[in-house]
Write a protein that binds this ligand. Structure first.
Ligand code: FBP
Length: 317
């Protein structure tokens, strides 16, 4: 039988305190997987009746998932601060814990009603650096994808490893040869937002749609699940590019996706697997956050494609 996550971390000589933090996140994800599997039977797929700090309607499962993560992390003396998409303020635990965890406990929850893959995204930081550290300071990042299989995808900086949840609730090592191909011909963007796009996004997408007859000189396919974990998982497994750029409608907010618990962990994973990440104008992992729920433009995936988008931004600036 393949190694459990705990045995794999021990084999990598990962610091026991960090191992403990990762184990708490893995236990949260295993518990959320069970809740999601049974949610339609338990009548838990609807709205919770309130909105989160971003003004978005919370689903019952957003709240349940947040509580699960909160309970696991509160019980872990290694974790002193929890930042969650579902909570207005960072939660400070009364301990000397070494780590901060930033999480989106249930990303893509608008897809729950249609039984599409959703996920839990997390980022782990050294508490000494405070809550507003650049993504390049992350000690570990990962997500669980609740799809046909529940996958835990993890990076400690170099390389990306995938674990699969078995029937007993243990994540087991599946592969560590995840590599985002440098070239790709798949792009993921919400094209219904075209009228809000900037010149660079318009130019890049138009070239892709032109296929063999355009500047890219090859035919593209568009893939968009609308659930970030599902879209990024596809890109990690077979390449492609994901774009949620700054557009005229999201301009005032700084973007659509959140820096601390969506953009940073996904950028760390993509870069650790050989891909590239940018806001269009700057590497995501170099941004210094100004607020815990800050939003940013997110463009990441196969290096050649991301560089083409960066070239467009350089050209139109
Ligand atoms: P939530 O964190 O509110 O669930 O939103 C994130 C997300 O669902 C991503 O998973 C997805 O990429 C994006 O929003 C899609 O947003 P939209 O449907 O508004 O284009």
């Amino acid at each position: 039988m393949s190694l459990s996550l705990a045995d794999w971390l021990a084999a990598q000589s990962v610091d026991p305190a960090l191992t403990s933090a990762l184990a708490s996140m893995a236990a949260s994800c295993a518990e959320i997987a069970v809740v999601l599997r049974n949610a339609p039977l338990a009548g838990q797929t609807g709205l919770a009746g309130h909105t989160n700090v971003q003004g978005e309607a919370q689903k019952a499962l957003d709240v349940i998932s947040n509580d699960i993560v909160l309970n696991h992390l509160r019980a872990n003396p290694q974790i002193s601060i929890l930042i969650s998409e579902e909570m207005d303020e960072a939660v400070h635990h009364e301990n000397q814990g070494r780590f901060i965890v930033a999480t989106d406990p249930l990303d893509g929850s608008s897809n729950l009603d249609v039984n599409v893959t959703v996920g839990t995204i997390f980022s782990i930081l050294d508490a000494k650096g405070g809550i507003l550290q650049p993504g390049s300071a992350q000690l570990a990042a990962g997500y669980a994808a609740y799809g046909p299989a529940t996958s835990l995808v993890l990076t400690l900086g170099k390389g990306v490893a995938v674990f699969t949840l078995d029937a007993s609730g243990t994540f087991r090592f599946t592969t560590d040869t995840v590599s985002v191909p440098e070239a790709s011909s798949e792009f993921a963007i919400n094209t219904a937002r075209e009228r809000f796009w900037d010149e660079a996004t318009r130019g890049y997408v138009a070239e892709n749609i032109a296929g063999e007859t355009g500047a890219a000189g090859k035919r593209y396919n568009m893939r968009w699940v609308g659930s970030m974990v599902a879209d990024i998982h596809r890109i990690l497994m077979r390449g492609g590019i994901f774009l949620y750029p700054l557009d005229s409608e999201t301009l005032a907010k700084g973007g659509r996706l959140r820096l601390l618990y969506e953009a940073n962990p996904m950028a760390m994973l993509i870069e650790a697997a050989g891909g590239r990440s940018t806001t269009g104008r700057q590497r995501i992992l170099d941004l210094t956050p100004s607020a815990i729920h800050q939003r940013v433009p997110v463009i990441l995936g196969s290096a050649e494609e991301v560089k083409r988008v960066e070239d467009w931004y350089n050209r139109v600036s």
